[in-house]
Design a protein around this ligand. Sequence first.
Ligand code: PNS
Length: 161
Amino acid sequence: MKVVYPGSFDPITLGHLDIIQRASSKFDEVVVLILNNPSKKVMFDVSQRISFIEEAIKNYDNVIVDSYDGLLVEYLRINRIDSIVKGLRAFTDFEYEFQMALMNHYLEPDMETFFLMTSNKYSFVSSSMVKEASKFGADISALVPKHVNAAIISKIRGDNQ
Ligand code: PNS
């Protein structure tokens, strides 16, 4: 089965990568899909986010990255995919993810969303938290891939100049 793992991935974290790795061992093919979340202001443009993900997934031969400017269900329909995978961190994620899954199901009743519980060690990790901590000088190198850590640091330095 081919599944889409959608998100903003601004930028990809080790929590995302944990979900990608686990999804890739259970599904035939995983498409990591960068979409717009209108409620978020991004740090990296789509092409940068794609290249961060490409570097992070290079050892998985059944994982690819793509982006789409529109509805997730539209992308799924165009590409003839009917399944979504999402990571669920804490209880606080549940309400938002539940609503999103129901909305997607309403828009496209053939679509199903599968949830993977985030590994305990990444349960507090989010792109927003990582960016915020890094802006205040915290070391977030254990929470994101190496190349992403370097990119966040240089972005913050550049913004502060
Ligand atoms: O990583 P995020 O920001 O939680 O991911 C949310 C995302 C990008 C998956 C979601 O905002 C999304 O699906 N955006 C595309 C538009 C869409 O299909 N929205 C859902 C129905 S309103």
